[in-house]
Design a protein around this ligand. Structure first.
Ligand SMILES: Nc1ncnc2c1ncn2[C@@H]1O[C@H](COP(=O)(O)OP(=O)(O)OP(=O)(O)O)[C@@H](O)[C@H]1O
Length: 632
């Protein structure tokens, strides 16, 4: 059932306005933005230009409410500080996409996450195909985006896909940070033209930072905001820029010269010192006249004395040919506040995210492919090194090392999942900051979608090694070994993701996760028996260590019920562990005797499973908390 919101009618009859007034942002005593004001109407495009370091990205961050201004405010249709997560989409400078998905799949998942489940798949499909065609991506629609080990679409095409995933949702406000970086001038022009057509058609309001637009590209924008040193150097209709440069700033601008280029020449003083050393007195004087402080002062004076020409009064641009959205405006469904408040929205989104994660994990060699290979390798290693251990008491320690090795090293290998998680995390951050979904659906979908893959990893390892080593015979023992090893691997994975969520830098996350795994190995009771651990470590670290419980269970599962032959030389029975059987004349030691010597508490299988399950759940809750508070 399409959600025809009341806002759709009002939107159709009255174009929207977005205003910002006296925006300032200061950090460590340095003014990054200083009193920037302006406005833009629905269907219009605003170009934010300026030299490097002028404050363009900061301006967009403040607009998107990702940075809180130290002064000033924004308003949408007169409403102060509107909820920008609901209203806007922000395309950042750096592309955050899943490399193994195709262009079409990427847009399709973005659309499915945005629209309510009541939106028919035909409508979603049409929206996706329209966006692909409008962005000139038809020829590569079925190509993958690309990963470090598999080449995909070109850099410029990636950029267009990044814009597409936001355009497909038809937000009310679209914020673009350097949308044309990496594109040639023809592609840049086409991207801006497409964005403009969509903005006009759907009454979308677009604000784009753009470094050095060509003349033709600049002409596609309705308005221009020139920034320098965080201050406004010009704001107004694009057509007013040339007269302003020529008549007010007295800049020598030819009929065919690019006004953006000329403006940036005036505003870029990073390299002026060297230039002015080579100039004569007259040229130097002219240059000083057009120095950045003078250009800024000229604008301040001009906007004070010519407020209407400076476009600081709120009037729709006379150039905007804005057509109100029609009744089939599907974007309204995605933006409808009632859909955002629906209780089943997170459930629907969790399902879509799980589907996407599943595709990602099945195709992404870096996610689980390499790891399955590593677990096969480890299984073969154990199966051939610890081959056919038998039941001699001299092999009891070798059995213990099998259990230690299985838990510790399989857990350790979970660090291999960090690169794929970091890629996914970037995508999650982008989508979450754009208000697409919250932390809950992401954590739940990740937790569920990774479970089968980790099970396969544990299964291949167990199948290859268990029988070959000759661990406790019987299907029940095999499956208990598999189940607890799987829980240990799942917990280790949860720990690695938690670390990478908090420290999203590959090398740092790898170092911390490796350290943690090393730490758990030290306190789990294999290298040094738990009773011999200093109390400081034993009372807490030993007990919260997932390796302790997994190792203890695997040892119990293997040894309990087995009897090991001791060596008998010259009538003397020698057992590696204290034996209760020698007293009854048997030169053997029971598995129970070994467990007693090792001081391993014999809990039942269900208790061990419950403990490991709880540790994994705690890690997943911590993952939720870390992602909830992390904004980058
Ligand atoms: N959080 C911050 N802490 C300290 N300095 C900052 C911060 N954010 C921005 N700056 C500084 O403010 C200035 C403007 O940065 P910003 O990234 O907004 O410029 P820009 O115009 O987008 O530059 P470019 O075109 O090179 O991307 C820069 O000198 C930058 O170092």
């Amino acid at each position: 059932m399409p959600m025809a919101s009341p806002s759709r009618q009002s939107q159709a009859s009255k174009p929207s306005y977005f205003e910002w007034h006296n925006l300032s942002f200061e950090i460590a005593g340095k003014k990054i933005l200083d009193g920037v004001s302006g406005h833009v109407a629905a269907g219009e495009l605003l170009a934010v230009c300026g030299p490097s370091g002028a404050g363009k990205s900061t301006f967009l961050d403040v607009m998107a409410q990702r940075t809180k201004p130290t002064d000033g405010y924004t308003s949408f249709n007169g409403e102060l500080s509107p909820d920008m997560q609901e209203l806007s989409s922000y395309v950042e400078q750096h592309d955050a996409l899943l490399g193994v998905l195709t262009v079409r799949e990427t847009l399709l998942f973005a659309a499915k996450l945005s629209f309510p489940p009541s939106t028919s798949s035909a409508v979603i499909q049409r929206r996706v195909e329209d966006t692909i065609a409008q962005l000139g991506l038809s020829r590569v629609a079925d190509n993958r985006i690309g990963t470090p080990i598999q080449r995909g679409v070109s850099g410029g095409q990636r950029r267009r896909v990044s814009i597409g995933v936001e355009l497909v949702r038809l937000p009310r406000i679209l914020l673009l940070d350097e949308p044309t970086s990496g594109l040639d001038s023809a592609a840049s022009r086409e991207i801006i033209r497409t964005t403009r057509d969509i903005a006009r058609r759907y009454g979308m309001l677009v604000i784009a930072t753009i470094h050095q637009p060509s003349y033709e590209t600049l002409a596609l924008f309705d308005r221009v905001l020139l920034l320098a040193r965080g201050q406004t150097a010009f704001f107004g209709a694009t057509s007013s820029l040339v007269p302003y440069l020529r008549d007010v700033l007295k800049s020598n601008i030819g009929e065919h010269s690019n006004p953006a280029e000329r403006a940036l020449d005036l505003l870029n003083d990073d390299f002026n010192m060297a230039e002015s050393r080579d100039q004569g007195d007259e040229e130097k004087a002219a240059r000083d006249n057009a120095s950045v402080p003078n250009v800024l002062a000229t604008w301040r004076e001009f906007s004070r004395t010519h407020p209407a020409e400076a476009y600081l009064t709120l009037n729709p641009s006379p150039n905007t040919k804005y057509t109100a959205p029609d009744a089939t405006f599907v974007g309204a469904d995605a933006q409808d506040p009632r859909w955002h408040a629906q209780w089943y929205r997170p459930i629907h989104q969790t399902g879509v995210l799980m589907h996407r994660a599943f595709l990602n994990y099945t195709r992404n060699l870096l996610a689980y492919g390499v790891r399955i290979g590593m677990y096969v390798g480890m299984g073969v290693l154990l199966a051939t090194v610890w081959v056919n251990l038998g039941t001699s008491s001299s092999k009891i320690n070798d059995r213990l090392s099998v259990h230690f090795f299985s838990v510790a090293f399989l857990g350790f290998m979970s660090v291999a999942g960090i690169p794929a998680f970091l890629e996914e995390r970037h995508v999650f951050m982008r989508e979450r900051l754009n208000g697409l979904y919250g932390v809950g659906p992401y954590v739940v979908s990740n937790s569920l979608a990774s479970a089968p893959f980790l099970f396969i990893c544990s299964l291949v390892f167990t199948i290859i090694s268990y029988w070959s080593i000759g661990l406790h015979p019987g299907g029940e023992h095999f499956f208990k070994f598999l189940a607890v090893l799987y829980l240990a691997v799942y917990t280790a994975e949860s720990q690695s993701l938690l670390v990478a969520a908090g420290v999203p830098i590959f090398v740092a996350a790898l170092a911390i996760a490796s350290f943690l795994n090393g730490f758990w190995m030290c306190v789990q009771g294999y290298f040094i028996r738990a009773v011999n651990l200093p109390a400081f470590w034993r009372v807490w670290a030993h007990w919260i260590d997932y390796e302790t419980h997994a190792f203890n269970f695997l040892v119990i599962n293997d040894l309990r019920g087995l009897v090991f032959e001791c060596s008998n030389s010259s009538g003397q029975c020698h057992c590696e562990y204290a034996s209760s059987l020698i007293a009854s004349g048997r030169c053997e030691v029971s598995g129970e005797d070994v467990l007693k010597t090792l001081d391993i508490t014999e809990l039942d299988a269900g208790t061990y499973v419950a403990i490991l399950f709880c540790i994994a759940i705690v890690y997943r809750i911590l993952l939720f908390v870390v992602l909830y508070f992390k904004r980058r």
